[in-house]
Design a protein around this ligand. Sequence first.
Ligand SMILES: *Cc1c(COP(=O)(O)O)cnc(C)c1O
Ligand code: SF4
Length: 434
Amino acid sequence: MKYQIFSLHNFRKIPQIAMLPEEEQFNIEVVAHVLPFKTNNYVVNELIDWNNYKDDPIYILNFPQKEMLAPDDFNHMAGVIKSGADRSTIKVEANKIRERLNPHPAGQLEYNVPELNGVRLTGVQHKYNETLLFFPSQGQTCHAYCTFCFRWPQFTGMDEMKFAMNEIERVIEYLKQHDEVTDVLITGGDPMIMKSKVVDLYLTKLIEADLPNLQNIRIGSKSLSFWPYRYLTDDDADDLLKSFEKVVNSGMSLAFMAHFNHHRELETEAVEQAIRKIRATGAQIRTQSPILKHINATPEIWSTMWRRQVQLGLIPYYMFIARDTGAQEYFGIPMVEAWNIFQKAYISVSGIARTVRGPSMSCTPGKVRIIGTTKIKGEKVFVLEFIQGRNSNWACRPFFAKYDEKALWMTDLKPAFGSENFFFEEDLSEILLK
Ligand SMILES: *Cc1c(COP(=O)(O)O)cnc(C)c1O
Ligand code: SF4
């Protein structure tokens, strides 16, 4: 299958789009000037149900919706475009709106970039002891863009090939100095957008470095849902699968962290075959998704998705709460609702699908899971725990926040039982000062 990309510049050429009312097409154009937009022929022809596009979860996942911008911002951008403004004027206005959308949540930029021999190691994040995140520069785009994505500030022009070698050597140097790291998570964007020879360079270098403590190479990717032909018909599909095999044969595990938001993404012939190919290399596939209003905010969607995943040999791993950035007003759901959906879905699947953890928020202090709500001595509370903490010692200890049915995110919560602070806060401010 030939990969065809559509974005702001040519999306009106998609036959299914050309059939939509002009107002809908214009709405896409307005929002796509502010939020990243990219789609492709697989998503358009095999995933979206165009007869029902207005409510279609995949359409909403991939095509900008008017309501993703605040009404004032939308009207302002629409006015600028209709006035015939030039490109640079449109860009300036778009950037003003972007800045208000919290482009760098959870201290991503300031706190998590480690140093190698006193120099900031860009393209790497090291927040939790065991796992190093590596963002290869060629992997900073995706086969299509999710409308909710918090990574959108990273979608800039791509860097050149020659950085690859230098990049991985610095990562390996860092790993040699940090034997606490057992996992390298290669992420993006989507690292599977890279040519197989680049992926192979990275994987081979990591294997050959022969780091005694490195056990798992993880690859975070949405390619199975946005372009499964990456593993089937792309020119270098077989080379990619061979590189996966190489990792497994070296004695490490290759954990493919697949991003699926809806069971629809697991229903095509292409995705089934691609999953079979990846699993045949000895890699394991785990799955994760945020919970999103308009896309997957019902227990039935989640339980259907988890059951289907298990049937295909995938391991459900995380349910996330959407981060406090981008179009959160549009996609965000209250924490209590997320927990209700999680609980209802969880109780309706067998134990084999209950490997999933959630709902969880990746915030400045760590990954915080909502265990549930309860009443203790007359006070209604959220019961929470760290799955991962910036201080590893915080994990696994239940703590409590005042019940708040409107809270969307950790920062909306107050400690319960009259406490001034959560147990980790003093420690956290010390860590952040370092
Ligand atoms: C989620 C996450 C990880 C991986 O956490 P696991 O619980 O091991 O899956 C690593 N680093 C960062 C910054 C993360 O957000
Ligand atoms: S595939 Fe991942 S990085 Fe790319 S737009 Fe979607 S969520 Fe963001």
